[in-house]
Design a protein around this ligand. Structure first.
Ligand code: ZN
Length: 205
């Protein structure tokens, strides 16, 4: 197994020579959902960039992809239909990944450069395919575990702010409970002296 918790993906965040303030990156998986608009509203209000890893079976022309791009966010692939890639053959994996990047490119007119595997599950075949397709895998260092805290969304804020370090990539989802604490999460991250940044598109795996 590859360990993506190494410099291979952290270098997408860390920028040598620009270390005045620790930075973190927000990422939202599993959209685009009906909550994309209010999430974009909060991010715009707070001036925070993010990466959205979308399942392209949910991507339609009328989704707010244009607004997301205009407001400085990145769109990444989270496969076409969110299958566990490690349970698929090479051809099936290829189809899940290729279909999704083609569809994102068709809709947005832009190339996709970032990829996140569903459930964080990948194998050597996945890594070869990502390399062939010029996609940078992006895992995460901190999970808000937001899908587990529908009843107690304050836990999401704690999960993030108690564990973040400079360069941490934070995993969230386009969920109601996540939206409900997003302004507070952003405030607390900043109160702890961290700034928000986005992935470095120039870096490649
Ligand atoms: Zn997912």
């Amino acid at each position: 197994m590859y360990d993506l918790k190494d410099s291979r993906w952290l270098k997408n965040v860390r920028r040598p020579g620009d270390r005045k303030q620790p930075r973190v990156v927000l990422t939202f998986d599993d959209g685009p959902s009906h909550l994309l608009k209010p999430i974009l509203d909060v991010l715009q209000e707070e001036n925070v960039p993010a990466v959205f890893f979308w399942q392209t079976r949910l991507v339609y022309k009328q989704r707010l992809w244009q607004r997301a791009l205009q407001e400085g966010h990145y769109l990444g692939s989270h496969t076409h239909s969110h299958k566990n890639l490690t349970k698929l053959t090479r051809d099936e994996q290829y189809k899940q990944i290729k279909t999704s990047v083609d569809q994102l490119r068709d809709v947005t007119g832009r190339d996709v450069c970032f990829f996140r595997p569903p459930f964080g599950q990948y194998n050597e075949t996945t890594m070869q395919l990502l390399n062939d397709l010029h996609l940078t895998p992006v895992m995460w260092e901190i999970s808000g575990l937001d899908w587990e805290h529908k009843q107690d969304p304050a836990r999401i804020v704690k999960n993030v702010t108690e564990h973040m370090r400079d360069g941490s990539i934070i995993l969230l989802h386009e969920l109601e409970q996540t939206l409900s604490i997003l302004p507070r999460l952003i405030d607390e991250v900043r109160t702890k002296g961290f700034a928000f940044t986005n992935l470095n598109r120039k870096a490649s795996p």
